[in-house]
Design a protein around this ligand. Sequence first.
Ligand code: GLU
Length: 431
Amino acid sequence: MIHTSKPVSVDSDQPDMEQLNPFMIAQAQLDEAAKVLELNPAVHGLLREPLRELHVTLPVRMDDGSTRIFKGFRVQYNDSRGPTKGGIRFHPEETIDTVRALAAWMTWKCAVVDIPLGGGKGGVICDPKQLSKSELERLSRAYIRQVGRLLGPEMDIPAPDVYTTPQIMAWMADEYAMMRGQNEFGVITGKPLALGGSKGREDATARGGMYCIREAARVLGLDTRGATMAIQGFGNAGQFAAKLGEELLGSVVVAVSDSRTGLYNADGLNVRDVIDYKLKNGTLQGYAHAQPITNAELLELEVDILVPSALENVITSENAARIKAKISAELANGPTTPEADQILHRNNVYVIPDFLCNAGGVTVSYFEMIQNSYDRYWSEETVHERLDEKMTAAFHAVHRQAQELQVHNRLAAYCVAVDRVAEAVQLRGWV
Ligand code: GLU
């Protein structure tokens, strides 16, 4: 039997058949943009697939003396605009298709903020919550021993993502230095400050998102001061979004959630207290000064600003019509399905699409690479200023494109990004 890879239909008339495979979704989103851009078919075909991917098997010695075998991936999606760049996720439900999708989105992300990098992503199937610190270290080093041969400041540069931290980046940078016999800080970003990290990297994803919300509020004529905000997901991005939502925008955080529970207080949560509780207990469960709600309820709250900050596919055709927020600022990667995008657009929910909204992380990663290559380090104010400049320019390029083409913001962001990548592919003579 011959299998042909057909573009996925995004306007399926069978809502129960909604496509939830993230890579198929990423391809369908690209197909839509290719149509609008009248993209050269060969360029389109090339951009639908990763250029390279590596599947690795990782034997790791556990604390009890046994050896466990883990599976991992690194996908280098497209490097026409520069070396591939993107984080590494440690997650029990990681799949190659999720990593492919995330690598594609990194390609569009670096292009939309116009930094000279391509897109890549890595992942390991594991549950970091079940691993001791020393097991986590041995797993991180095992990953680099296998994938390190493909990495380098001019080739492919990883960073943190879901459940990976500056400490994990430090172990990985060290393992890479051991393999190469020399320090090469620029091979990985999101490192601790003492090992060549950049000031302002830790909160960069959330901060970049706040700059986008500020600009969206301007074009919508909405005052962010006193605006209500609900945050789904309370990892790095979600926690800093809560803090900076108050500090930079003057918004009132009324709800937050993690994988186990949500918290709601119509008068506003005490953000500092909630973050302290989460850091101390590893969960929001049991926090006393708020009403418990589910993740599903949080998404449908009557708030001004919704900030999905966890994982993929939380806003689908099933719940999109019940989203009441004026702005949905996607700090997560892939939180909204293509069907849901159509519904949100019809209902005038202003979506700041993921690869624009969360591009602050990779933008400061790029700043970190520059600082590593010159061995000169910037002040926090300089990082913030340069990040603001990049995010504001990218936001308005996408907003303008959406107005001009009369399309939803994600499609507009695709048009801006894909056009830039297509130009690089063609200038190189690949097509
Ligand atoms: N993992 C982050 C993202 O999805 C940051 C990537 C990076 O800094 O390379 O954008």
